[in-house]
Design a protein around this ligand. Structure first.
Ligand code: G16
Length: 551
């Protein structure tokens, strides 16, 4: 290991991107995420880190996405993507946090030297990074800071421009598998759209067309991807894009998008003109990696079909296909959820399939899903995908069907492996997946919704002095600190029929989240607000500013 860190170049560039003194950065649920205006130094340092990660992995291409996804427009963020398109390895999240918090350029260089030594990075290896950003106004300057990080290490950068998070993940895997027997797809946006739409068209060929689908693009980067895929889908599916104002200041995720629908349990007002009784619609989030469906029934009542409902729909469909292909004794389908999964969905799924519960964050769900031959994972907020293990993929490719019906089912499964973006949750791929199942089953939103009845639930955010004081266990279902708070929550929960509640610090916003469900809606609301009140009081909240609803 003869090559050395280019100290002079690093220090010159680093001086251009000083760390703001008062802020402590943390690589959280989905990377660094905070106000875009304070992230300059973080982006520069992530550039250096991404180059080192690539060197560590023998020059494999690392991905970097500049986005704050569902957060409001002034926020921004950055996350790293490992070579197979999966989230950054957990140990390196710690390295990222250490580097981001070095106070000065000499401290930063010292931290880099320690990292190179402890992680045994061979600096003579090449460094390759592909990167993209969403439509946030703070994006271009942050990308420029990031590029300085690449320059400091003389890394090879490929700018994928303005695109969705899932497309960036797709590109990373495609670049790294190019020319191998595991080639994932052509490493271009065109390759992505061709692959997904090709799988979809095969799956719905011969099925009656569904009525057009209204698609809320959250005024974000999904707009561009939706516009493009419309061209590839032709007559196979009609989409009606709304909330496509990507350049209107303040519009991103504002009263629209998947997080708005899920959290407020209503459809975006801007979608109203397109929704008539029986019409189904869906919302993407700001970087198009989450998807929530909804429809109006004949009485024009709103019904939400969230990530749990998507998991139930999709898992049942895949189980049927596996059986029809004659592979049910060889290929097991499992489901991964988090504590936010509605109690009814967990009951519905566990009666039929193996189900695991893991902490919030795609990285946790993804890894757990990899343990199943077919792993279906969805967070209730609409973030998820389906993974086919390499063994399953091989089985599907080599299986000899004994009947025409088996052959059809097998081909459908193979087309699903094309349609599904297996690198990460992908709203556009998930939308095509849902539409496939609806077309095969001749389901409208009503039949899909009737798989099970959601328990009424409520999600509340509490602003506290220090959310890091909240620590959890048991897949975030119980608090271990602050001491004694869990016992008080337990006492409260006992008083509600079908009551369940948990508290956890967010990894993407500076808040503590409180979830509650109960048999009756008013009780779920009451429980959520009472637990929120406990959280607020516990952390020394000011009685004057105590939200009135925290009874
Ligand atoms: C990110 C993560 C998701 C997570 C969500 C909320 O989503 O990728 O896995 O569910 O944040 O996390 P938290 O409750 O910790 O704030 P996104 O769509 O914002 O990238």
């Amino acid at each position: 290991m003869s090559a050395q860190l280019p100290i002079e170049a690093i220090s010159q560039f680093s001086d251009l991107h000083p760390k703001p003194g008062h802020i402590r950065f943390q690589y959280g649920t989905a990377g660094f995420r905070t106000l875009g205006s304070v992230l300059d130094s973080v982006l520069f340092r992530v550039g250096v880190l991404a180059a080192l990660r690539s060197k560590k992995l023998d020059g494999k291409t690392i991905g970097v996405m500049v986005t704050a996804s569902h957060n409001p427009e002034p926020d921004n963020g950055v996350k790293l993507v490992d070579p197979r398109g999966e989230m950054l390895e957990a140990a390196w999240e710690t390295h990222a946090t250490v580097l981001a918090n070095a106070s000065t350029t000499p401290d930063f260089i010292e931290a880099l030297e320690t990292l190179v030594k402890t992680a045994k990075i061979d600096l003579s290896k090449p460094a390759r990074v592909v990167y993209a950003r969403d439509t946030r106004p703070s994006g271009p300057a942050l990308v420029a800071a990031f590029e300085d990080g690449l320059k400091a290490l003389d890394a090879e950068g490929r700018n994928a421009g303005v695109t969705t998070t899932p497309i960036l993940h797709y590109l990373v895997r495609s670049i790294n598998t190019k020319g191998t027997k595991h080639e994932y797809g052509d490493d271009s946006e065109e390759g992505y759209f061709t692959k997904l739409s090709g799988g979809f068209k095969k799956l719905v060929s011969g099925k009656p067309s569904l009525p057009p689908l209204v698609i809320d693009c959250a005024n974000g980067v999904g707009t561009d991807a939706v516009t493009k895929i419309i061209g590839y889908l032709g007559d196979s599916l009609k989409l009606i894009p709304v909330n496509t104002a990507t350049t209107t200041p303040g519009a991103l995720n504002n009263a629209c998008g998947a997080d708005f629908v899920k959290t407020s349990q209503k459809f975006p007002p801007s979608v109203a003109p397109h929704l008539k009784a029986g019409q189904r619609a869906c919302s993407l989030d700001g970087d198009a990696d989450r998807l929530i469906y909804y429809y109006l029934d004949e009485r024009s009542q709103f019904h939400m079909l969230d990530g749990d409902k998507i998991a139930a729909l999709v898992a049942a469909f895949i189980v049927e296909l596996v059986k029809a292909a004659g592979l049910d004794s060889e290929i097991q389908v499992g489901v991964v959820q988090t504590a936010y999964a509605n109690g009814s969905s967990t009951k519905y799924l566990t009666e039929r399939l193996p189900v695991r519960c893991v902490p919030t964050g795609v990285k946790h769900l993804h890894h757990a899903a990899e343990h199943f031959p077919v792993g279906v994972y969805f967070e209730a907020n609409g973030h998820g995908t389906v993974l086919f293990s390499p063994e399953t993929q091989e089985k599907l490719e080599s299986h000899e069907p004994s009947t025409p019906a088996q052959s059809t089912a097998l081909n459908h499964l193979l087309s699903l492996t094309q349609l599904i973006n297996q690198t990460v949750g992908d709203a556009i791929s998930d939308m095509l997946l849902v539409e496939t199942v609806l077309a095969h089953k001749s389901y409208s939103g009503i039949e899909w919704d009737s798989l099970y009845v959601d328990l009424p639930n409520r999600l509340v955010k509490v602003i506290v002095v220090d959310r890091h004081a909240f620590k959890t266990e048991d897949a975030e279902r119980r608090l271990v600190s602050p001491k004694g708070l869990q016992a008080r929550i337990d006492d409260l929960v006992k008083r509600y029929d079908g009551g369940r509640s948990f508290v956890r610090p967010s990894g993407t916003e500076d808040v503590v989240r409180v979830y509650a469900e109960a048999v009756i809606k008013s009780q779920a609301d009451d429980l959520a607000f009472r637990v929120a009140g406990l959280v607020y009081d516990e952390t020394g909240g000011d009685p004057v500013t105590r939200p009135k609803e925290f009874i």
